[in-house]
Design a binder for this molecule. Structure first.
Ligand code: SF4
Length: 429
C-alpha cells in the first residue's frame, strides 16, 4: 500500500518526513497506526498536527524521533534532517542516506541516530508526572539529560543514559556509593539555568526537590527544561498541555512560543485542540486514521478546508461570539486500524456526509488545491466536485459489512459506483 510522496522540498526545511509508515503486530492482527505520512517542518516555525484521539498523532511523533517500541515498528519511510556535517560524513559511505544537506535519519547507524536525540530532536510528553522518575530529584534528571548531551558531543557513537546497559557492576557501584551523581557539577549548574529559563522560581532550591513536590504546571516546565538540554533544532511537543488546567495551559503555550522564538527552534506541536493550533501554528496537518488527510497553512486549512473531516472538526468548535447555534459533532467513531478491516477506500467514508461511490474504489491520493503549492488533501473532493447522483445512500454503512460486498437489496453497480440500486435504496433523487 506504499504511495509516492507528494510533498516537495522548501529551502527553509529542517525536517522532511516522507511516506512514514508504522505497524503494530498484535495478537489480533496488524494495526496500521501510521500510514504513508508526509510533512515538512521549516526553520523556526511551529507545525501543528491535529486530530482525534486514536488518529495516530503520537505514534507519528514517536516514529519521527525513533522511539517506537515493540510490538510497533516503523516499516517504511524516510526522515530527512538537515545537517550539512553529517551529510558530508555519510556522502561517500552511504550516498542513499544523503540528499544535499539532508540525511535520512532512519538509514544512519544506531549510535549516530541515538546521538541526534537531544541536539537534533527532543520531545515533551503529555503527562509530566509519569514521564519523570519519582525517585530522583528534578534537578538530577535534567542534569542527566545535559550530561548525556555533553558525552554525546564528545563521542557520538557511545551515547548512553544512566539506565542503558545497567548491569551488575553499575548496580554494585550505585549501591555502595549511593550519593555518587551520574552528572557533573557543571551539568547540575546548567540544569538550574534551564529551570530558571522555563520560569521556575528559586530554581537552585527547586532543583533539589522530587517530582511529587512540583505542581502539574511546574512539572511540565521541568519537562520542557529537560527537552532543552540538548539545544534541539526540532522540539516535538506531544499534547504538552492536555493534563493541565486552562490557565496553566495558556502559560505553557506562551512559554513554548517564547522559547521557540528565543532559541530559533522549530516545533512540531501535536494536539487534539484546534484552539491551540490557531494560537500557535503557521502550518498544520490534520490526521485521521493514521494518515495526514489535509495539510497547508493555517489560513488554507481553517478558511478553505477541503476534506470533510477538517470541516467537521472546525464545525465542532463553539463560537463564543455567537453561542446560539448547536454544535455539529462528527457522527461515529475513529475506525479500527486493523489491516484486515481497513480496505482500499477512504477511511473516513463511513462518517463522511459527502461520501460517494467513488470514495470506496480507492484510497485517495494527495491532491493540491488550485492556486496554492502546498494546500493538499487526501479526498476525492480535491479532484472533482461533489456529485449528489453518486452519493452513498444514508444507510449504506448500516449493512453488516458494506466493504465486503453489496448488501442485500443492493446490486453490484451500487458497490462499484453505478447509480442503479435495489428497491430499498436509491441514489437517483
Ligand atoms: S474521499 Fe469521499 S468519503 Fe473520503 S472524505 Fe473525501 S468525500 Fe468523504
Amino acid at each position: 500500500m506504499a504511495r509516492e510522496s507528494a510533498v516537495g522540498g522548501h529551502p527553509d526545511d529542517v525536517l522532511r518526513v516522507r511516506n512514514l509508515t508504522t505497524r503494530f503486530h498484535t495478537s489480533e492482527g496488524q494495526i496500521n497506526a501510521v500510514e504513508s505520512v508526509d510533512f515538512d517542518v521549516r526553520d523556526g516555525e511551529v507545525f501543528g498536527v491535529v486530530g482525534e484521539s486514536g488518529s495516530g498523532k503520537s505514534v507519528t511523533a514517536l516514529s519521527v524521533i525513533d522511539l517506537v517500541d515493540s510490538p510497533g515498528r516503523v516499516v517504511e519511510g524516510e526522515v530527512w534532517y538537515r545537517d550539512a556535517d553529517l551529510a558530508e560524513e555519510f556522502r561517500g559511505s552511504d550516498p542513499d542516506a544523503v540528499d544535499g544537506d539532508f540525511v535520512d535519519v532512519r538509514r544512519l547507524p544506531t549510535g549516530v541516530r541515538r546521538a541526534l536525540r537531544g541536539p537534533a530532536f527532543s520531545t515533551v510528553f503529555q503527562d509530566p508526572m509519569s514521564s519523570l522518575n519519582p525517585s530522583l530529584t528534578v534537578g538530577e534528571q535534567i542534569a542527566e539529560a545535559v550530561e548525556v548531551q555533553r558525552r554525546a558531543r564528545a563521542n557520538p557513537r557511545r551515547t548512553r543514559s544512566r539506565t542503558q546497559g545497567y548491569g551488575l557492576g553499575r548496580f554494585l557501584v550505585d549501591s555502595l556509593l549511593p550519593n555518587r551523581s551520574y552528572a557533573s557539577e557543571s551539568s547540575h549548574s546548567r540544569a538550574v539555568e534551564l529551570l530558571e529559563q522555563v520560569g521556575i522560581p528559586d530554581p537552585a532550591e527547586r532543583a533539589e526537590e522530587y517530582p511529587h513536590q512540583f505542581s502539574g504546571g511546574m512539572l511540565q516546565r521541568a519537562m520542557i527544561a529537560q527537552a532543552l538540554a540538548g539545544e534541539p533544532d526540532v522540539l516535538v511537543a506531544d499534547e504538552p498541555t492536555t493534563a493541565l488546567d486552562v490557565t496553566i495551559q495558556a502559560q505553557i503555550l506562551d512559554l513554548l512560543r517564547d522559547l521557540q522564538e528565543e532559541e530559533g527552534m522549530s516545533v512540531v506541536l501535536i494536539t487534539h485542540d484546534l484552539g491551540v493550533i490557531a494560537r500557535m501554528c503557521s502550518r498544520v496537518g490534520v490526521m485521521y486514521a493514521g494518515e495526514i488527510v489535509e495539510r497547508g497553512t493555517l489560513a488554507d486549512v481553517f478558511e478553505s478546508p477541503v476534506h470533510p473531516y477538517t470541516e467537521g472538526l472546525l464545525g465542532s468548535i463553539p463560537d463564543l461570539e455567537d453561542p446560539a447555534p448547536r454544535l455539529r459533532p462528527i457522527e461515529g467513531n475513529v475506525p479500527s486500524l486493523l489491516d484486515s478491516e481497513m480496505g482500499d477506500r477512504c477511511y473516513f467514508a463511513d462518517r463522511c456526509p459527502r461520501a460517494m461511490h467513488d470514495c470506496l474504489t480507492r484510497i485517495p491520493e494527495y491532491d493540491v488545491a488550485e492556486g496554492t503549492d502546498e494546500h493538499a488533501a487526501r479526498c476525492v473532493l480535491a479532484e472533482r466536485e461533489y456529485d449528489q447522483a453518486d452519493a452513498l445512500p444514508a444507510d449504506y454503512f448500516e449493512a453488516d459489512d458494506p466493504t465486503a460486498g453489496p448488501a442485500d437489496g443492493v446490486t453490484d453497480d451500487d458497490a462499484t459506483g453505478g447509480s442503479v440500486v435495489g428497491e430499498e435504496v436509491s441514489t437517483d433523487d
